[in-house]
Write a new protein. Structure first.
Length: 365
């Protein structure tokens, strides 16, 4: 980066957004902040504005369009959660602005449209999610890569019985052993739906068929993911579990800086790494995500919407943990998939599925 990179952050008050600002704080001579957008936390947003001095701030969804139309941006970090990330990301891509992407829904709901547009406008989409960031770092020549290997920590129920998992409380589901994240993604990590969504993201980001994307459980979260080349060579990316590293990689790509580097990596201290096959009987969400991904069209938007509503119902204490999967599967099975949908059709499906899911939950409880 020979000159300051002009950056905006959508979702600056969330988990990824606040960590991104910690990174930028360490690399102040590398960045100029154009805009910060927060969801609801007005107090934190104004504290951030006072400290980082952006050109402007935006609260809520309404102002996002302004940011994405602001061609002064070299890069926008899309760090909000939920479907509100999708339209602004598309707008920014149309304006030729590079994207550091932390928002899962963008690719899960509309991966085909987003990646096609990015190609048309010659826009880089650099993933922030630690697994995809790892794969991005491993790939030198994508045409020689045979397989992607995505690691999963397995969440808090990895070695608990199915019975214990079925009756888990919200508190137990939120007690993730390795990563501190927002509530929605933490519950998704407990059911492994997070891994399911990541398979779909990986398919779109790297253009691999679903049968060339493998999941392996790795409880220590040191190997963040790997790729296998056609000759059987495996390249993995390792590091201590910290979201600062993938965030920093994504916003400074292709350069690297010391930045927020905490402590040096020691193989000897880690001593051993474990891997195991995922238990699809206990975590059927992964199978469901493969099915939705292979089906394509609106299947993945349906999966995402039904799952998210079910997760909210779980967090509200309305349903049990395992019911998130059961309800999602039930709603998913009734969905009539639209192939090659438009963005409007995707949002229409999202809305309908959310309503159906809420109605269904109200009916059974
Ligand atoms: Mg991840």
């Amino acid at each position: 980066m020979d000159k300051k990179r002009k950056i905006s952050i959508i979702g600056s008050t969330g988990s990824i957004g606040t960590q991104a600002l910690e990174v930028i704080d360490k690399l102040q001579d590398k960045f100029e902040i154009i805009a910060l957008a927060g969801g609801h936390n007005e107090k934190l947003l104004s504290e951030q504005a006072a400290k980082f001095n952006p050109k402007y701030t935006v609260l809520g969804e309404a102002g996002l369009e302004r940011i994405c139309n602001d061609k002064e941006n070299d890069i926008i970090l899309v760090a909000c959660s939920g479907k509100i990330g999708l339209r602004p990301t598309l707008k920014a891509i149309e304006n030729g602005i590079d994207i550091a992407l932390a928002n899962k829904e963008t690719l899960v709901m509309a991966g085909d449209i987003v990646m096609k547009k990015a190609k048309e406008h010659n826009v880089n989409i650099v993933p922030v999610d630690s697994e995809h960031c790892a794969i991005h770092q491993c790939i030198k020549d994508i045409s020689q890569v045979d397989k992607l290997i995505i690691t999963a920590s397995g969440g808090p129920f990895l070695h608990k019985s199915l019975e214990e998992m079925k009756n888990a409380s919200v508190k137990e589901a939120l007690a993730h052993p390795r990563w501190h994240m927002g509530k929605k993604i933490t519950v998704d990590s407990a059911t492994l739906m997070n891994k399911g969504l990541e398979i779909i993201e990986a398919h779109h980001l790297f253009g691999f068929d679903y049968d060339k994307i493998e999941v392996v459980v790795h409880p220590q979260s040191i190997v963040h993911s790997a790729i296998e080349y056609v000759d059987g060579s495996v390249i993995a990316q390792l590091g201590l579990p910290s979201m600062h590293i993938p965030i920093q990689y994504a916003i400074t790509y292709p350069d690297r800086f010391e930045g927020i580097k905490s402590k040096s990596f020691s193989f000897a201290e880690i001593a051993h790494l474990d891997f195991e096959k995922p238990d699809f009987e206990k975590f059927p969400t992964v199978k469901l995500a493969y099915h939705a991904g292979k089906t394509g069209g609106t299947a993945t938007a349906c999966l995402n919407a039904a799952n998210e509503e079910a997760v909210f119902a779980f967090l509200d204490g309305k349903i049990k943990l395992y019911e998130i999967y059961e309800i999602t599967q039930k709603i998913y099975d009734t969905h009539k998939v639209i192939q090659n949908p438009t963005i409007d059709e995707i949002f229409e499906v999202d809305k309908e599925i959310r309503e159906q899911t809420k109605e269904y939950i109200a009916k059974i409880h």
